[in-house]
Design a protein around this ligand. Structure first.
Ligand code: KG4
Ligand code: ZN
Length: 419
């Protein structure tokens, strides 16, 4: 089965074509991501209107590109769309796109996508959670393609995407070489606990079996990636702040490790919010405020505000922040693993690119003798491979364009776009 994945929930415009078999072995036929980071960096965070506009601009060229790549590798077949067939469909496509996505309509009608149909079995599109205007661009694009190519749609949950993305264990599974065979997904011993850490979410999820998810812990305020981004902004570091803070923390960690024999320790520590609360919930807003107060205190006691934070102090703040975040994540995840007698820890979301958090999670899994599934490097952030895979694994009944429109509108109205 060939699945087209479309992801537009936040600031990455992504498309992917994957092939799966009945045993859920998988290979990537082609994929592409346009990161809008540079566009949003100027605003210090994701600007929903700009995100929507960029998705509308990028989807058609990205999809045309991956179709021709897979076609050239002979891993995807296509069929011409007869002009009389297209003419019968064009009004429906206009109705779907003209009001909400006029730019996407123009770019679709001018493209080769209306002349040639890839032999794809289903379209998996992110329905949420995410930024609503951004999500609709992807959903409406999927609806138009569904009409154009007569292919059903599977609405996909972004967080489920992060979970199943971690089952694509090896780097080989990400290769698009035509000689690569379908590779089995990581065999998972259930029940599993999934820890999802991204810019929008911090969740602990009980996974009794793939496709069944119970949220057992979530953040009361900021997501962990969001806290990284906000702390970075306090120190005038560019968006997204996670990689910046983590690189600075690594520097401080290496410095203190060298000086370990003289018992030199980081002079800065920050509180660990909700560390001892009996539940599995998180809170990172207080930690962020402690960092802010700390920075303001330093600035107030220095003569020149612009020069008050030395490189060393910034590195120490980054380390103290990262240590606090890591201890909270580790403590809560350990508690979830133990209380749910989990056999596997699945980790997903952009923050898992963080090597310190990654190795701390590997340690708690090793201590318990359980497996840990992490996304292969390169797909820890948002991507469409994970969305295509979630859609390919889904046993839900595929929807027609009008069914997905109606059901998504209802879900959005209920404010119920969670895992
Ligand atoms: O999953 P993702 O790509 O997008 C969302 O769905 O939010 O996650 C993005 C988040 C950002 O907040 C970014 O700062 C954070 O992941 N991030 C990191 C690192 N790399 C990305 N946080 C900490 N350390 C990193 N190395
Ligand atoms: Zn994400």
């Amino acid at each position: 089965m060939i699945t087209l994945g479309i992801e537009t929930s936040c600031d990455e415009t992504a498309v992917a074509l994957i092939e799966t078999d009945a045993n859920h072995s998988c290979r990537i036929l082609a994929e592409s991501i346009f990161s809008q980071i540079d566009i949003h960096a100027a605003y210090g965070g994701v600007f929903p209107v700009m995100a929507k506009r960029e998705h509308a601009r990028r989807l058609v060229p990205l999809l045309s590109h991956i179709i021709s790549e897979a076609k050239n590798r002979a891993t995807l077949a296509t069929e011409p769309i007869a002009p009389n067939v297209f003419n019968k469909k064009v009004e429906t496509i206009r109705t779907i796109l003209s009001e909400k996505e006029p730019e996407l309509l123009t770019s679709l009608l001018a493209s080769s996508l209306t002349k040639e149909k890839p032999l794809v079995d289903r379209i998996a599109v992110t329905r949420g959670p995410g930024l609503e205007p951004a999500l609709w661009v992807g959903i409406n694009f999927a609806r138009a393609l569904s009409v154009l190519w007569d292919i059903p749609i599977i609405p996909t949950n972004h967080m489920e995407g992060h979970i199943v993305g971690s089952l694509l264990m090896t780097k080989t599974a990400l290769s698009t070489e035509s000689s690569i065979p379908l590779i089995p997904l990581a065999s998972t011993n259930f029940p599993a606990i999934a820890l999802l850490i991204s810019g929008g979410h911090t969740e602990l999820v009980e996974v009794p079996t793939l496709g069944t998810y119970h949220i057992i812990g979530s953040t009361r305020d900021d997501a962990v990636g969001e806290a990284y981004d906000k702390v970075a902004r306090m120190m005038n570091l560019p968006y997204p702040g996670g990689p910046q803070i983590s690189a600075l923390a690594e520097k401080a960690r290496a410095r203190f490790a060298k000086a370990a024999n003289t018992a030199t320790r980081n002079p800065i520590t920050f509180p660990r919010p909700m560390l001892h609360s009996p539940d599995l919930h998180f809170s990172f807003s207080g930690l962020k405020t402690s960092v802010l107060y700390h920075i303001e205190k330093i600035k107030a006691t220095e003569k020149s505000a612009s020069e008050s934070l030395t490189n060393e102090t910034i590195e120490n703040i980054a380390l103290a922040f990262e240590d606090a975040v890591t201890e909270v994540l580790i403590t809560k995840t350990s508690k979830a693993l133990d209380t749910h007698e989990a056999h596997t820890l699945i980790v997903g979301g952009g923050v898992i690119a963080n090597t310190h958090i990654r190795s701390a999670l590997e340690t708690i899994a090793r201590e318990r003798g359980i497996a840990i599934l992490l996304p292969p490097p390169g797909i820890s952030g948002d991507n469409a491979i994970m969305i295509a895979l979630a859609g390919a694994l889904s046993s839900a009944t595929p929807l027609t364009p009008s069914e997905i429109e109606k059901s998504t509108t209802a879900i959005v109205a209920e404010g119920n776009l969670v895992l």
